[in-house]
Ligand binder design. Structure first.
Ligand code: COA
Ligand code: MG
Length: 296
């Protein structure tokens, strides 16, 4: 799948919805949760469904996801309204632990039957650090069998509220310790579960340079993509999570050197040693590069 940019769009906002096809985002997230006032939820459900219906899976140029409300709120009403539109996936906010992902999976099992969709076709991305309990339980994802789960994301805003914290930053402007800890634990949980790791929102949406630098740092740590809240954030995020030109060049040289030598376990390039793990990384980097080049 590999999604670099997840562009959130409030699903009740026609002007923003009109921008999704030209956005360049790998995935659009039609939001029914925190960017929509409770009084507008019904309208938002109808609009999200219309967007999905107008872009059936076979005709989709980018993935269409829906962020539903939490399970103890209106998740079921949201799901009943949108699953018939065959979304690529559902983002589940404010989970209390991996058991909530399993519960959502059961609801989707039933709704896919009702809608005549292939079993398991609707994927799940869980926002896994919005409650203290979920953050403490991140290790559960390491052993959980959750076939629909394809990504974990983290969020600092709701966690701050749950902690009663007046800020989530330290004196130097970095995430405060509790939030850095949550972020790292989510990254480890995603890798342990074999799913994508999604970096949280960069709220200063006019600061493209800051966004790109911070996204590149996240990519170097192992994050595979990032939330975007404004169309202007998509291009910097896509660049940051795609292999750089230098990375692609080096990967091509590594693959070529192994092919030329034939049957060896190590090669030297410019006085540096490369072995089989380097070859594997180079091959998967080139595969990602080709996939993203076809997409844009
Ligand atoms: N998706 C699609 N289009 C968007 C968009 C988004 N997330 N955010 C802004 N746009 C559109 C605007 O509608 C505007 O187009 P228009 O002039 O035709 O209306 C254009 O992009 C430029 O927007 P701009 O004027 O720079 O920003 P804004 O003041 O309209 O919106 C926000 C700023 C932050 C309110 C807006 O980006 C937003 O609502 N983001 C999503 C927030 C969200 O989903 N949060 C939940 C997840 S954390
Ligand atoms: Mg939120």
């Amino acid at each position: 799948m590999s999604i670099r940019s997840w562009l959130y769009v409030p699903a009740d906002d026609d002007r923003k919805l009109a921008k999704i096809d030209a956005s360049g985002a790998d995935a659009i997230v039609l939001d029914l949760e925190d960017s929509v006032a409770a009084t507008n939820r019904d309208a938002a459900r109808g609009k999200a469904r219309a967007i999905l219906d107008a872009r059936p899976p076979a005709a989709r140029t980018r993935q269409l996801w829906v962020r539903v409300n939490p399970l103890d709120d209106a998740a079921l009403v949201d799901l009943a309204a949108v699953v018939g539109g065959a979304p690529d996936g559902v983002i589940l906010p404010k989970i209390e632990g991996a058991a909530d992902v399993a519960r959502l999976g059961f609801h989707l099992d039933a709704l896919e039957v009702r809608e005549g969709l292939p079993q398991g076709s609707v994927r799940i991305c869980a926002v896994a650090t919005e409650t203290p309990a979920a953050t403490l339980r991140l290790a559960e994802f390491a052993g959980a069998k959750l076939p629909r789960l394809s990504a974990l994301c983290w969020g600092a805003e709701d966690l701050s509220a749950a902690l009663g914290a007046s800020t989530n930053l330290d004196d130097s402007g970095r995430w405060a310790l509790t939030f850095r800890w949550a972020r790292s634990a989510m990254l480890l949980a995603a890798k342990a579960a074999g799913v994508e790791a999604v970096e949280t929102v960069y709220v200063n949406y006019r600061d493209s340079a800051g966004l790109e630098a911070s996204s590149r740092a996240a990519a170097q740590e192992g994050f595979t993509g990032r939330v975007a809240i404004h169309p202007g954030q998509v291009a910097p995020i896509n660049r940051a999570f795609a292999p750089s030109a230098e990375d692609v060049e080096l990967a091509r040289r590594i693959v070529a050197a192994f092919e030329k030598e034939g049957g060896v376990g190590t090669v030297g390039i410019d006085g540096k040693m490369f072995d089989i793990p380097h070859l594997k990384r180079a091959s998967s980097l080139l595969a990602r590069h080709e996939m993203f080049s076809r997409r844009s």
